[in-house]
Design a protein around this ligand. Structure first.
Ligand SMILES: [Zn+2]
Length: 419
C-alpha cells in the first residue's frame, strides 16, 4: 500500500493523508488551513474519506467533494458538528466579501454522503474508529488492508478533561505496522490540568481586583462549552467572585444546544447531569453592545483574528486593568492575538494600540503533551511511526525522544511511502 502526505506534515493545519491499495484509495482527513480557505490540491479520485473530528483543519475541504460519489466516514457527532462548521465557513466567507462557490445544499450533500458507523467494510479494507478524546466525537482510525494495519490517531489526548474522557488505549489494537500520530506538543510538557485551571482562575481574580475586563477568545465548538461550563461552576461555587459574565457566538449557542441533547458523546462526568451546558451565571449575548462592564467575556473567534474577540481585543488591550487569556496552544503568527502576546503595540487598519493589558497564555488544550505522546507509543508499540500535525521543531523533538521505541519518521507534504 502507498501512504501519501498531502497536508499537515511539519505543520498544523490542512491535515490529509491518502492510503492506496490494489483495491482502492481513501483519504484520512480532508482539512483546510482556515486562514487560506478551500484548496484544489487534494486528490478527488477517492472511494471514501475518513474524518477523525469536526475541526476544519481536518474536515473543511469536504465541501469540494459535495458533487462527487465519495463516501464520508466518521462518528455521528462529527457529522452533525461538521455540518454546523461548514455552514459557518460559508457565512464567514460571505461576510468577508469573498463567498465560496458552495451553498447550504452542498453542506447537505456532504451530510448525506456520511456513513456514521464505527466499523465500515470497504473493498479489500476494514475501517474501525476508536474514541480519541480531544473534542466531542473525535476518533482514531484503524485500517486493515493487504495484510497490514495502520493506526491514524488524528488529534487526541490521554488525559480526561472536565467534559470528555481521554483516549482509552486498552481498547486499541496493538503493534500496528504503521502509526501516523499527531505531534502538536511533541516538544512541550504541560502542567497538570488542575494546575492550569487554578492558574486561569487566579488570572481572572487578579483582573477582577483591578476592576478590569477579562477577554477569553476561544473556539465555538467544544472549547467554548468546556470553558463556559468551567467559569459558570467557578462563579456558582464561589471559586470566582460574582462578576458580569457572558459568552458571545451564535454558532457556539447552536452547538451548545447540541451538547445538551447529546451528552452520550461526552465523558462520564457529564452523563448524570440532565443539562450540563445550561448555565446559571454566564449569559449568552448576541451583541457586544449588551456587555455591562467590567465583564468576563468568552467569545469567538478563537485566534482573535475575526468577530467579537478581534473587536474586544482592540477595545481592551490598552487598558492596564484588563486581562486577555489565550487558552489555545497554537496561535497563528499573523493573528492580532499572537501580536498581543509578543509585542508592545498591535495594529488594526493602520491604527496603533499599545499592549497594556495583562496577556497570558494558559493552554487548556485537548492535545496530548510530550509525556502523553511518548506514553501512547509505549502502550501501542507501533513498528513504524510517522509524526504529523506539529511544526518541524515539535515533531523533531519528539522523534529524538522516541528513539528506540519505534522507527520514527517526520514526513514532508507531498512525500509518499510504500508499506
Ligand atoms: Zn483538532
Amino acid at each position: 500500500m502507498n501512504l501519501t502526505f498531502h497536508g499537515g506534515a511539519k505543520e498544523v493545519g490542512g491535515s490529509s493523508i491518502t492510503i492506496e491499495t490494489g483495491h482502492g484509495k481513501i483519504a484520512l482527513d480532508y482539512g483546510i488551513k482556515v486562514e487560506e480557505g478551500l484548496r484544489n490540491d487534494l486528490p478527488k479520485d477517492l472511494d471514501a474519506v475518513v474524518v477523525t473530528h469536526a475541526h476544519l483543519d481536518h474536515s473543511g475541504n469536504l465541501l469540494t467533494l459535495a458533487d462527487s460519489e465519495v463516501a464520508t466516514i466518521g462518528s455521528l457527532a462529527t457529522r452533525d458538528i461538521v455540518s454546523d462548521l461548514l455552514m459557518d465557513l460559508l457565512k464567514v466567507h460571505r461576510l468577508k466579501g469573498n463567498p465560496l462557490p458552495y451553498a447550504s445544499r452542498d453542506v447537505e450533500k456532504v451530510r448525506r454522503s456520511w456513513i456514521a458507523q464505527e466499523r465500515v467494510g470497504l473493498p479489500g479494507m476494514e475501517v474501525r474508529l476508536y474514541p480519541a478524546g480531544h473534542v466531542m466525537g473525535a476518533r482514531m482510525v484503524h485500517i486493515k488492508a493487504e495484510g497490514k494495519d495502520v493506526l491514524y490517531t488524528g488529534d487526541f489526548c490521554l488525559h480526561d478533561t472536565e467534559i470528555l474522557d481521554g483516549a482509552d488505549t486498552s481498547a486499541l489494537p496493538k503493534e500496528p505496522d504503521i502509526m501516523v500520530m499527531e505531534s502538536t506538543y511533541g516538544g512541550t510538557r504541560r502542567p497538570s490540568r488542575d494546575e492550569l485551571v487554578r492558574d486561569l482562575l487566579k488570572s481572572i481574580t487578579e483582573a477582577q481586583e483591578r476592576g478590569g475586563n477579562v477577554l477569553i477568545p476561544t473556539f465555538a465548538f467544544h472549547r467554548m462549552q468546556e470553558m463556559v461550563r468551567r467559569i459558570d461552576h467557578a462563579l456558582e461555587s464561589g471559586l470566582l467572585r460574582r462578576y458580569n459574565a457572558y459568552y458571545l457566538s451564535g454558532l457556539a449557542e447552536r452547538i451548545t444546544a447540541y451538547f445538551n441533547e447529546h451528552t452520550e458523546f461526552l465523558g462520564k462526568m457529564v452523563q448524570d447531569d440532565p443539562a450540563p451546558f445550561r448555565y446559571a451565571r454566564v449569559r449568552h449575548l448576541k451583541r457586544a453592545e449588551q456587555i455591562k462592564q467590567p465583564a468576563l467575556v468568552i467569545c469567538t473567534a478563537g485566534f482573535g483574528h475575526a468577530g467579537f474577540s478581534r473587536r474586544l481585543l482592540f477595545d481592551w488591550v490598552s487598558g492596564e486593568e484588563n486581562a486577555v487569556i489565550v487558552s489555545s496552544g497554537y496561535v497563528p503568527k499573523e493573528s492580532p492575538l499572537s501580536g498581543a502576546m509578543d509585542r508592545d503595540v498591535i495594529e488594526d487598519e493602520g491604527e496603533k494600540y499599545p499592549v497594556r493589558a495583562s496577556v497570558r497564555q494558559i493552554e487548556l488544550s485537548g492535545h496530548a503533551d510530550q509525556n502523553e505522546l511518548v506514553e501512547f507509543v509505549r502502550r501501542i508499540r507501533p513498528r513504524k511511526t510517522f509524526l504529523v500535525h506539529g511544526d518541524a521543531q515539535q515533531a523533531e523533538a519528539l522523534q529524538e525522544l522516541l528513539g528506540t521505541l519505534t522507527e520514527v519518521y517526520v514526513p514532508s507534504n507531498g512525500e509518499q511511502f510504500t508499506a
